[in-house]
Structure formats: structure tokens, C-alpha cells
Design a protein around this ligand. Sequence first.
Ligand code: DNO
Length: 351
Amino acid sequence: MKMTFRWYGETDTIPLKYIRQIPNMSGVVTAVYDVPVGEVWSDASVSRLKRLCDEAGLGMEVIESIPVHEDIKLGRGSRDVYIENYCKNIRTVAKYGVKCVCYNFMPVFDWLRTDMHHVNFDGSDSLSYSREDFDKIDPQNLHLPGWDESYAPDELRSLLSAYSDVSHDMLFDNLVYFLKAVTPVCDEVGVKMAIHADDPPWDVFGLPRIVSSEADLDRMFAAVPSTNNGVTLCTGSFGAGRTNDVVRMAAKYAAQGRVHFAHLRNIKYTDDKDSFCEVGHCSAYGSLDMAAIVRALVENGFDGYVRPDHGRNIWDENGKPGYGLYDRALGAAYINGLFEYAEKCAKADKH
Ligand code: DNO
């Protein structure tokens, strides 16, 4: 595996030299952040990012994300232009050594939580999702914590209403249309597409979500068989779906060579509905067996990128929600340990 760390570019308060000092760190996961969704990334922006990483002694082989324009998800006539731009962006990042692109296909929203500062038993705080609080939110009048998309209220309303005609199957067809256009470019330039799990993995505000389960992934891989059509195995996202067996999914898709990237974090179920909170990475803190997940990846030949995902706020750090330095660094150290042990066991078993 290659250990990586998300870095929000030059506006990130965490300097690259700190990231470099986390044990076993191979590189950062980053993106061009100052270009509107759907537009072309300039060569200069990507080369600048690459130069900063080079100077810091860090790789830049994973982009998270090249976001997908809503017109592509909606299947609007203008999608072909945005898909063309997407392909241009893939070519540009490939030119600078990028091997993997993480993206999502969630309509309108990306990840959703109801509390950015849920206080844990040890005084740390983390993100959480309460079904009860979520049900109180009016999507037409949104004030979602941590949600930084900048739609004006009217724009958001018209976008939501555009989706009222879009079924799961239509959204799926639009994903397949997108992938059929993009994967040949990936095949040509050697880039792996890694779709991120829906977070949380169920429909929200009546919007369809189609990357929530094993059945969803099977359907997607069957429709576009290139192994450059893969997944970002986000353990916390898939794991929030209680019928998802993340260990089994890790084993199955690693064996298929489709896990190009893994976001490793733990969550704890906090009621018998959908609620959960994000916890420290180790298995003892949450509902997921992180050691079993890593072992399933390793035993099935996984050799992709991993990163510690959302950390808690600890040691009085006031980090970007989920993306402070300290707890993600602890997460990386823990994940390194899991991989070292799983890899040594797998080697010993072979002899
Ligand atoms: C949240 C992240 C997601 C992820 C996107 C990928 O912290 O895991 O926002 O970057 O869904 O497109």
C-alpha cells in the first residue's frame, strides 16, 4: 500500500513539511480548488501543485476530487461539454504523474452530517450524524453544518427540483454514460477512477444515491468492465450502512483489482436506526473491525493508495472538520501497524 494524506492545497493550514514527517508517508491527495466544478484545470495550476509536492519530498499520485458537474449526473444536453472537460483534466493530471482520481456521483450534496463537534467521552470532538436531527432539516432552507457548496437558495431549489424526475436507474445510466466516455481516456493515460461511496450510503432529501452497497458496485462494474473503473473503499461511508459487510467488500473488490484507494476510518453506531458518530481509528472505539478490513485487503492483493480519513479534534487543535493534523496522523500510524502485521502474516502464510 501507499500511505497518503489529504492536503487542501496552498490554503491548507497544515504545511507539507508536517505531512512529510508522518511515518511512511508517500504523498498527498489533493486537487485544484479554485476552479468552478466542470471547468478545465490549467496546466499551470496542476504543475504548481506538483512542484510544491516535489519540493516537500512528497508524491502527488492521487487527486481527490475532480468533481462531476451536476449536468452530467442529470443527463442534460450540456453534459458532453463537461465530460470533455473532465477528460482534459484527466489528461492534465496524468501528465504530472497522477495515477488515481477519486470522485463521487452523489446528486447535489457530498457527505452529510448533523453535528461537526460531537463531544466524545475523552473530550475530543468529531463529526456525527443523527437520524432524528437529520429528519428535521428542510432541504429548501438549508443550513447544514460543514456544507460549503455555494449554491444560492434559488439555485439549490431549482437543482433539487431538477432531480425530482431522476430515478435511481436514470442516475445509474448517467453514471455509465460518463464512465464509458472517461474510461477509454483513463485506459490510454494510465489513470484509475475510484468512485467514492455515498456518505451516508442511502438516499437523502429524496435524492437518489447509487453507490451505497455491494449490489450497486457490482452493477457499476458489470456495466463498465475496465479495471480502471474502480472504487474508493471508504470504510466509514460504506460502514454506516448496517447491511454492508465492509470486510467482505474489501476482500471481494481487492481480489477484482478494483480497490484503487481506501479511506480508512471507524464509526460507531449510536442508535438502532441510522445514527453514527466518527471515532478514533482503532477498532476498539467503533463498530468496524479495522484489522479485519486491512487483512481482507492485504490477503486479496491490494496494492493501492490508502489514507487516514476524518480524524477527531484532539489536543486543542481547531482543525477543518475531519481534517486536522493530529488525529489523522495517529490514524496513519495505526493503519501502518495494521498493514505491517497483515503483510508479514500474508508472507509467512505463503512459505
Ligand atoms: C469527505 C470526503 C469526500 C470525498 C468526495 C470524493 O471527507 O471523503 O468529500 O472527498 O466524496 O469526491
